[in-house]
Design a protein around this ligand. Structure first.
Ligand code: CA
Length: 231
């Protein structure tokens, strides 16, 4: 079934570029060009995912997002914004955005992130897949890296699998907590960090100590899989 996407964007050129790109990728796209109508539409919860601009006439994207989440609408939402400073991005995540893509952007990346959020990546169906030198078996939860091999616990597996689905993309602790632990609040503990450490300990032995394990900690934000260090 085609994914139904709601695009809220006031810039006609960007809107038509995004609509065309997403439709070419087989998605159904509805477009709205202002904040108030956008809010009304998101509250009807008839779309699989929302792509939201921040600088909008009527009501800005942050306020729209705040209102949507405050009434419990959990539709996955990607912020698309020229406001690329870290505080803006953190505010977006804080208000409940699932992803934040800076303008200008490549349509291919937007499509990839939409598919990733909706769990429709082709690779999701593969039992065994490799990213950044880590090989993960989804049936047995066995992970391999360098010369090490380990069977991961369910949480360790879910966390690693989650990061590996979008290599290079930074996931906030909050996103990881939501996905792996189903927490919709911050329990003010370091469970995410402890879990990452356990994965590292299982896979990064002395033998492989020269290589840097590809889970990278991004200070103050979260974690990502770093592909760049790989040969
Ligand atoms: Ca705008």
């Amino acid at each position: 079934m085609a994914m139904r996407i709601l695009l809220i964007e006031d810039e006609p050129k960007i809107a038509s570029f995004v609509c065309q790109g997403l439709r070419a990728a087989g998605m159904v796209v509805d477009h709205i060009d202002n904040g108030m109508d956008g809010l009304t539409s998101v509250l009807q919860a008839q779309h699989d995912l929302v792509v939201l601009d921040i600088m909008l006439p009527g009501m800005d994207g942050f306020e729209l997002l705040r209102q949507v989440r405050s009434v419990g609408i959990a539709t996955p939402l990607i912020v698309l914004s020229a406001k690329t400073d870290l505080p803006d991005r953190l505010l977006g995540f804080d208000l409940g955005a699932n992803d934040y893509l800076a303008k200008p952007f490549f349509i291919e990346e937007l499509i990839a992130r939409i598919r990733s959020l909706l769990g429709r990546n082709a690779s999701h169906n593969e039992e065994i897949f490799s990213v950044a030198g880590i090989t993960l078996n989804r049936l047995t939860r066995k992970a391999d890296w360098q010369d090490q091999s380990a069977v991961l616990s369910q949480r360790e597996f879910m966390l690693l699998d989650y990061l590996m689905r979008s290599p290079g993309y930074i996931f906030s602790r909050k996103q990881i907590l939501q996905h792996v632990w189903n927490f919709n609040f911050d329990p003010q503990t370091n469970v995410v960090d402890v879990c990452v450490q356990r994965i590292k300990r299982k896979l990064a032995s002395e033998k492989s100590s020269k290589a840097v394990f590809p889970i990278e900690s991004i200070r103050g934000v979260g974690y990502r899989i770093n592909q760049e260090g790989m040969s």
